[in-house]
Design a protein around this ligand. Structure first.
Ligand SMILES: [Zn+2]
Length: 337
């Protein structure tokens, strides 16, 4: 069956088979919750699943990418596709903190109307954890009384933040990070990346296949991110005054929660690499191009200290998510690392 489907996303074979099977049997669920960490292909698979359902050809290559529905889908103007994501706040020019209840109500009005085409109406809710209580409760009504031929796909990297009542109405699909061997083969075989770079990318993306695509198409971005990891590692060797000066450079006024938390994530990965080195598993580290520096640092830190540092960073991420001043949080963290 897998030959028929044209879903160019690395990994997740079981999930792809499962969803493709439901297309074959024409029995998709009313609601799905795609969960798992960021950047591993959840939204991409949701889109391919949706597009395959509405493709007019239903032929040997699904989706066909050429029929009227597929073309409208690609331009995001397919009339029965609804993508719900945070709106922009016009005053600040940043995304709003939550998906608002008005957006959910607006969506409900649209899906309650007759379908434009005699096919599925598909709703994809990106960042479903950013539905606040009011919008969640409003959405719940739709999930409790599903409209025929409407499929709602909620996507999240933070399932814990979703109301249990919503979760219980969805078919849960857990996405695992993609293994580095699959990413490596994909880069070498399909993207013609040289083996050394492919190995570095496959490791550094740490299971996030989307990131691998980004790095292979934008080598400057890849080099910059490598440098950033190097800078973060250097930060740990500096005095407190020097550390604070670096924070000034790393966090600017316009830095978003996502940007700040991605710095914490990078630090967490560096500390995990240190644990791997200390437990004689250095063949598994993510930042292979920093192996010498990491090995030197690993000698000076006990495993207990490293684990405590990871806990401090996890806690910091939670604070930033709650909108505590990110620069203060970062400075505070650096006192303890
Ligand atoms: Zn098509």
């Amino acid at each position: 069956m897998s030959n028929k489907y044209n879903w160019p996303v690395v990994g997740h074979d079981k999930i792809k088979n499962f969803l493709q099977n439901s297309i074959e049997k024409d029995n998709p669920a009313h609601a799905y919750l795609f969960h798992g960490c960021q950047g591993i292909g959840k939204v991409e698979i949701a889109m391919l699943f949706a597009k395959s359902l509405i493709c007019l050809k239903q032929g040997d290559s699904l989706p066909c990418n050429h029929c009227r529905s597929c073309e409208q889908f690609d331009k995001l103007v397919y009339p029965d596709l609804f993508i719900l994501e945070r709106e922009m706040n016009e005053k600040t020019d940043k995304k709003k903190q939550f998906v608002t209840v008005n957006q959910v109500r607006d969506l409900q009005e649209k899906i309650n109307k007759r379908a434009f085409l005699n096919s599925y109406k598909i709703v994809i809710i990106k960042e479903a954890h950013l539905l606040n209580k009011e919008s969640s409760n409003s959405l719940l009504k739709t999930l409790e009384e599903p409209t025929q031929k409407t499929i709602i796909i909620l996507v999240t990297d933070n399932k814990e933040a979703i109301l249990p009542t919503i979760i219980s109405r969805c078919q849960l699909i857990k996405f695992q990070p993609v293994d580095s061997d699959s990413i490596y083969s994909y880069l070498v075989d399909e993207k013609q990346v040289d083996r050394t770079t492919a190995k570095e990318i496959a490791r550094i993306v740490n299971g996030r296949a989307n990131k691998a695509d980004e790095y292979q198409s934008d080598s400057e971005k890849f080099q910059n991110d490598k440098q950033l990891n190097r800078d973060l590692l250097d930060l740990l060797k500096k005095s407190l005054t020097q550390r604070f000066a670096t924070v000034d450079k790393l966090i600017r006024k316009g830095s978003t929660i996502e940007e700040v938390n991605s710095l914490f994530d990078k630090l967490i990965v560096l500390f995990r690499d240190l644990i791997l080195i200390n437990s004689e598993n250095s063949n598994l580290i993510v930042n292979i191009y920093l192996e010498n520096e990491l090995t030197a640092l690993a000698k000076s830190l006990s495993s207990k200290k490293i684990v405590s540092n990871i806990n401090i960073l996890e806690k910091a991420k939670e604070l930033v998510q709650k909108n505590v001043n990110s620069k203060l949080v970062f400075e505070n963290v650096l006192v303890y690392l």
